[in-house]
Design a protein around this ligand. Sequence first.
Ligand code: PLP
Length: 421
Amino acid sequence: MSITAATKTLPFNKEQLELIIAEYGAPFHIYDEQAIKENARNLLAAFRWAPSFKEFFAVKATPNPHILRLLKDEGFGADCSSLPELLLADKVGLSRQDIIFTSNDTPAQEFVQAKEFGAIINLDDITHIDFLAQTAGIPDTICFRYNPGKMRNDGNAIIGNPQEAKYGLTKEQLFQAYDLVRRKGARHFGLHTMIISNELDLDCFVETANMLFDLALEVHQKLGIRIEFVNFGGGIGIPYRPEQEPVDLARLGEKIHRTYDQKIKSSALHPLKLMMELGRSITGPYGYLVTRVLHKKEIYKNYVGLDASMADLMRPALYGAYHHLTVLGKENAPLDHLYDVTGSLCENNDKFAIDRPLPRIDIGDIVVIHDSGAHGHAMGFNYNGKLRSAELLLKEDGSVKLIRRAETIEDYFSTLDFKDL
Ligand SMILES: *Cc1c(COP(=O)(O)O)cnc(C)c1O
């Protein structure tokens, strides 16, 4: 059992958090506005060299209008993949080419709405061309999602196995697809892929850029179609573990700059627009799930029961993902206890941590679960009658704003009719 370990910092101390809990009640997710803004600015600064760069925040990561709005104010667009996500983007004032619609297995109604908003439509399959033509019509601008199948990164590390992924078109289909949509009237073309997820090695992302640059050049050479934008997708990871390092965005920008200069700058594709649809790395590290200890029990193992459950953050239960825990006021105490930290679902995998070295925990302690800012509240659900928690925004001036209230029992019953039982 380790006695000391790397730590993670918090944007508030115990006294501040006690006041916030007194006002809003635990559990809740709280997002750090200033840190999100700084991170957004760092990303844009890393690509300032590019002829054009746009980040479309993956709405699914944190589908809250206040978050989308603050990212919009930094110059971000939105990456949507469902009708409600499109409507959310519209409601925060994003429009037309500030929205990219990257969906799969798409219902007709969603294509119709995306077309109506003038969003960039990114097709997941060659058969969707006819489906789109019959439902919404072929837009002026169209993008395709590429699935490279089996791939290696310079002969060493395999950077994923896209061959097993349901997304995108094969290379052969991609060439047919561009030719087909051109004949159907499309005039502007984009190329997209997303082959990594939660990846901390920036070279995997550079490899994605390389691959898309080469492919865009090949499309131009073989079809005479000039791809105007390439979209590297999302997938930049975050340091969930305190000993991990975040991706150095400035270095990532420099490396992609180098390959852009080598491959694109003197080609017919220059100036080529660059796009990303990052979700996790934009908000993930700047969200915190704040919980209170309800119970302790000692059987074959020692358990700490929180007032939150996997309905508030399901990554640990779903993927065995590590989320760092800080026990407020005990930051410097020795990690001389070993606990399983649980929620209250009747599901044995409802655990935020298993065999985690922590300081001695007492009932009433505040436990903060780190890195809940993306794919956290968003993945919430109501199984076992659990109600989803509130979301708060810690503003730059230190004040706190409720940006989503907690669910109530009325919300839970709102789709039921008790009248004709
Ligand atoms: C989920 C997703 C993203 C965002 O991925 P992150 O890992 O959160 O960066 C981007 N694009 C598409 C198509 C996605 O499905």
